[in-house]
Design a binder for this molecule. Structure first.
Ligand code: X8Z
Ligand code: ZN
Length: 597
């Protein structure tokens, strides 16, 4: 449909004065999802091209397609309000609600403002994708984010780490003004469809009142906080041993450049600095991938085969033809990993800049989790082709990656010998650096954005408020003094690209709950961290039962189908790490480590 005929079609919508009927509401949602599906597909194609070939032209094409989606969605959301007084069947009522929530950044009805918003969003996303640091000026050699992340992961020189950190964060100040304008415009769009602001809209996507959802996030955080505090204290002690109190300071917070990751969100890369004595697992996946010359595409095949071992069908041929697996040398791309379902049926793809390292092996499983979920719900009506809540989408691939145990690696021929039980603390430590360290980061990104959208944090305090939250929740501090000349949130992909983030916090908790349920289903009885559901068809079936529901029912029902439980619950992650928690507490007591900061 062209843009012209779309307008004609919407103008022809009946605007009768007679009270609407349930039948009309159903016809309305049927037509709405048909129209949206068509626009989603067009926009998906434009966005794919933009992200895999950033130019001024692809940026404009993507922005236009995005504007078409947003304009149609706002129009449909406004029209749907006349059905609100009706007592509707649950699926129709759910679809009406989901129309409003189907875009993350709602556009105002005013076409000029809506175009401006789409343009800002496409340009922020491009700026992030093109971001690099040129230590010797633009004429010299420049470092991409991948290059800089590798420095953060492997360098142990605090000066070099600090320089890489500062270099990357310099991409963001130019985004600041556009970001605050985006906040104004998107808030206007949110208000027009009945939400107080964009944050309130995001919090409304969880089948519970928004205030109850925020309280859920805090409840889950309180459950896991003691585990995080123990890990933080232990890691800090080891870092003081390595770098000295001069580098760490005495206030208890850890400088953000010392944790092996640009955002201090995943600390697995500093495992060698904090490894428990006498509990070394004796292998490192990065080394194995290199030694066995397993290239990026072969790495993806390992992931696919895991899903197939559970009973899922192989990925389509087009997946292998159309995905972007490695960073192209001849053009700018958005390297941040993502999974796509271009036609909402079978045109599945991933977009990654895969390198031969263990971290990317996990990310591949993460992305494939999205693809297998997408395919499982492909017969649902278009508005239900999504995960139960957005945390579920992020959790599936990670759940599978929890089954990448030494035992599994041995089974698939990547490891000769399974380490003895005495190495469990080492294995758990490596996992905790990835999963436990992430928890407060996953929580705080949207704590910041919720307050930015509500106006509680104003542009004059963007950076200050950011670092207050990072210190409060993560116990990290900036490597150098920061000011409002900086815009450090913009140096994180999901802020620049406007992707909600609470989903990753939920996923971090849910994946352990899923893992526990699937291990139980497979008949496994031992400690959770040694369980792998590889090859287990019963677990696969149980998983598929939930996946194929898509977003057709409130998420607690989907959760119950898979786990028998109706609440998100952090006891699974606590069970998983229980042996490590005990060990950390002993170490901290021995070292007289200061807990908290
Ligand atoms: O963005 C992602 C995925 C794509 S949905 C690679 N993740 C978050 C991040 O990188 O910040 C996965 C973990 C958290
Ligand atoms: Zn994801």
């Amino acid at each position: 449909m062209t843009f012209q005929s779309q307008r004609a079609a919407s103008a022809a919508q009946p605007q009768t004065a007679a009270p609407p009927t349930v039948e009309e509401a159903r016809q309305f949602t049927d037509a709405a999802e048909k129209r949206l599906l068509d626009l989603w597909i067009k926009s998906g194609r434009a966005q794919w091209v933009q992200e895999t070939f950033i130019t001024d032209d692809t940026e404009i094409l993507a922005a236009q397609a995005d504007q078409n989606v947003k304009a149609a969605t706002s129009e449909l959301a406004a029209q749907s309000r006349r059905f609100e007084p009706l007592d509707l069947p649950p699926d129709v009522a759910r679809k009406l609600k989901l129309i409003k929530l189907s875009v993350d950044i709602p556009a105002p009805r005013n076409p000029k403002e809506s175009a401006e918003l789409s343009q800002i969003n496409a340009s922020l996303q491009s700026d992030y994708g093109k971001g690099k640091w040129c230590p010797n000026g633009a004429q010299g050699k420049c470092l991409s984010l991948n290059d800089l992340e590798n420095i953060m992961a492997t360098s142990r020189d605090p000066i070099e780490l600090q320089r890489a950190w500062i270099g990357w964060h310099a991409i963001a100040p130019p985004m600041r003004e556009r970001y605050s304008r985006m906040v104004e415009l998107a808030n206007e769009g949110a208000r027009e469809v009945g939400f107080g602001d964009v944050g309130a809209m995001w919090r409304s996507n969880y089948d519970m009142p928004p205030g109850v959802f925020s309280a859920e996030m805090d409840r889950l955080w309180e459950q896991v906080r003691p585990l995080y505090v123990s890990l933080h204290a232990y890691v800090r002690t080891q870092l003081v041993k390595k770098y000295g109190p001069g580098v760490l300071g005495t206030d208890g917070a850890i400088p953000a450049h010392l944790l092996g990751n640009m955002w201090a969100q995943d600390w697995a890369n500093i495992y060698p600095l904090v490894a428990p004595a006498n509990a070394d697992p004796g292998y490192d996946l990065t080394q194995i991938l290199k030694a066995k010359q397993i290239d990026p595409i072969a790495m993806v095949h390992y992931g696919e085969r895991f899903f197939m071992s559970l009973g899922f069908e192989a990925l389509p041929q087009t997946f292998w033809q159309r995905s972007m697996f490695v960073k192209p040398q001849d053009r700018e791309v958005v390297c941040h990993a993502s999974a796509w379902d271009i036609d909402y049926v079978d045109d599945l793809r991933i977009k990654m800049c895969i390198e031969q390292k263990g971290e990317d092996f996990s990310t591949i499983h993460h992305e494939l989790g999205h693809n297998f979920y997408q395919r499982a719900y492909d017969t649902q009506p278009p508005l239900f082709r999504n995960s139960a809540n957005d945390g579920f989408h992020e959790a599936i691939g990670d759940t599978i990656a929890l089954s990448v145990t030494p035992e599994y690696l041995k089974q698939i021929g990547l490891l000769e010998n399974v380490p003895p039980e005495s190495a469990d603390i080492g294995i758990l430590m490596r996992k905790a650096l990835e999963k436990v360290a992430f928890l407060p980061f996953g929580l705080l990104i949207d704590k910041w954005r919720w307050e930015v959208f509500s106006g509680k944090i104003t542009p004059a305090d963007y950076n200050k408020a950011w670092w207050e939250l990072r210190e409060k929740y993560q116990g990290v501090k900036p490597p150098v003094a920061r000011s409002e000349q900086d815009f450090d949130p913009g140096a994180k992909y999901h802020v620049a690209a406007n992707v909600p983030y609470a989903r990753y916090f939920l996923a971090d908790i849910l994946q352990f709950q899923f893992h526990r349920a699937l291990c139980r289903e497979s008949g496994y009885k031992g400690p959770l961290h040694r369980c792998s559901i590889y090859n287990n068809k019963a677990a696969g079936e149980r998983l598929d039962k939930m996946l194929e529901m898509g977003q057709s029912r409130p998420w607690p029902e989907a959760l119950e189908v898979m786990t028998g439980e109706k609440q998100m619950d952090a006891t699974a992650i606590l069970d998983y790490f229980a042996p490590l928690k005990k060990w950390l507490d002993e170490q901290n007591a021995k070292d007289g480590a200061k807990l908290d900061w």
